[in-house]
Design a protein around this ligand. Structure first.
Ligand SMILES: Cc1cc2nc3c(=O)[nH]c(=O)nc-3n(C[C@H](O)[C@H](O)[C@H](O)COP(=O)(O)OP(=O)(O)OC[C@H]3O[C@@H](n4cnc5c(N)ncnc54)[C@H](O)[C@@H]3O)c2cc1C
Length: 388
């Protein structure tokens, strides 16, 4: 990392002691996928000097991966990341900084001791209804007979009951959703469970995208390469921008939590967090696939063994158990009525900030949206293009 001096476009009196003066066209807050993408594009296409400020001790944001302490095994410190693209353009942009390995993303759900595929597919329906083999037509009929139709579902419970029927809702979603969000499915927006498709074939993969991959050398290496791609980019870690509030002379891109930027002026936006319990197992494999969900009474939601995807060869394996929590890192915006309204109020402040001071809000935290890594990068590519 370079040693830098911070000189604000708005307040050029601030500067660090003991080093030369540097002025930055663009200040980017956060070195995650959004920040790394905006910085790389601004430096390469506009020739801007860019300062990236990151408050953690590392780059790559929540995608950060590293060797698990005391082992040769890669793990994802802030939760597992399954990368898939919907746009070939985005994938080929990111592909400039990494080679790929296939994304072996297979998820199962442990229902009363039986592992069933997630998302729901023909096999899930066979196992949970105890009827096999099923054709697509028979499976559709079974689900249809159990569905509780609602024309305009107002919440997640109605949405899933209307789509998957009562049995699948109760076995797979009701308790899982309550654990994940700390509130019942009836209190959450319909969109929450709408991210998971129901399939009437035997596709075992977690996502439908034909572009499911993982960076060969990991995510940290990928975003580090982006940030090192130009001498015009400086990166400082372990610095909280909120303590400095320095701006670029042309623009500032803020990818931290939106409510923090405004000092929680309108009240805190609701975020959901996770705590992780890890164990190193002295056996080659712990479970049959990368992720097993626990939709029952256990206090945790899933167990993840990322070695299934990294394909590292070892006699040991690292297993991470996730416990949803209200406190901790802001991971998931809570998709409910009251947060939508509060977000809309913050969005108005953000709009004014953009117009008056050229501050742009991006990324998952800055736009208070549950977006995947590929969407974060895609949005960042658009944001970088919009910077004047
Ligand atoms: C548990 C979990 C699992 C996920 N699984 C997947 C998955 O399987 N597939 C997928 O595609 N996506 C997944 N995601 C989403 C993915 O992590 C995000 O889409 C992506 O990280 C968004 O990038 P970002 O740069 O916008 O935000 P982040 O990665 O959150 O990076 C923002 C950075 O800004 C820094 N920052 C914040 N405030 C300040 C400040 N004041 N000063 C300095 N720095 C600051 C933070 O420390 C952070 O490093 C998951 C997310 C979580 C939480």
């Amino acid at each position: 990392m370079h040693h830098v001096v911070i000189v604000s476009g708005c307040d050029s009196s601030r500067q660090e002691q003991g080093a030369g003066m540097v002025s930055y066209d663009l200040v980017v807050v956060g070195a995650g996928p959004t920040g790394a993408t905006v910085a790389e594009i601004a430096a390469r296409t506009k020739g801007w000097r860019v300062l990236v400020i990151e408050r953690r001790s590392h780059v790559a944001g929540n995608c950060y991966d590293e060797l698990y302490p005391g082992t040769e095994l890669l793990w994802h410190r802030y939760g597992p990341h399954y990368l898939r693209f919907t746009s070939t353009e985005t994938m080929s942009y990111v592909g400039r900084f990494t080679e790929w390995i296939p994304g072996n993303y297979v998820v199962k759900s442990n229902v009363d001791g039986v592992l069933v595929p997630m998302p729901i597919n023909l096999e899930t329906i066979e196992l949970l209804y105890g009827r096999a083999p099923l054709t697509e037509e028979l499976a559709r009929e079974l689900i249809q007979s159990d569905v509780v139709p609602v024309e305009h579902p107002a919440n997640s419970e109605e949405f899933i009951l209307g789509r998957a029927g009562r049995k699948l809702y109760e076995k797979l979603y009701a308790k899982y959703t309550a654990k994940q969000w700390g509130r019942s499915a009836a209190e959450l927006d319909p969109s929450v469970c709408g991210r998971v498709p129901i399939r009437f074939d035997r596709n075992p993969y977690y996502t439908d995208s034909p572009m499911q991959v993982m960076p060969r050398d990991g995510y940290t290496a990928l975003f580090d390469r982006m940030l090192r791609s130009s001498p015009l980019i400086d990166v400082v870690t372990d610095v909280d921008w909120l303590q400095e509030r320095v701006h670029g002379t042309a623009a500032t891109v803020f990818t931290g939590p939106l409510d923090e930027y405004f000092g929680h002026r309108l009240g805190p936006l609701p975020w959901r967090s996770l705590s992780f319990e890890t164990s190193v197992e002295n056996r080659p494999w712990f479970q049959p696939c990368v992720q097993v969900n626990y939709p029952g009474d256990e206090p945790f939601t899933r167990k993840v063994e990322v070695k299934h995807v990294t394909r590292q060869v070892s006699t040991r394996t690292v297993v991470v158990t996730e416990f949803p929590a209200d406190c901790g890192e802001p991971y998931y915006p809570v998709p409910a009525q009251e947060s939508r309204k509060l977000f809309a109020d913050y969005a108005r402040l953000a709009d004014a900030e953009r117009k008056s001071r050229q501050v742009f809000f991006g990324g998952r935290l800055g736009t208070y949206r549950y977006i995947n890594t590929d969407e974060a990068i895609e949005n960042a590519m658009k944001l970088a293009a919009d910077l004047a």
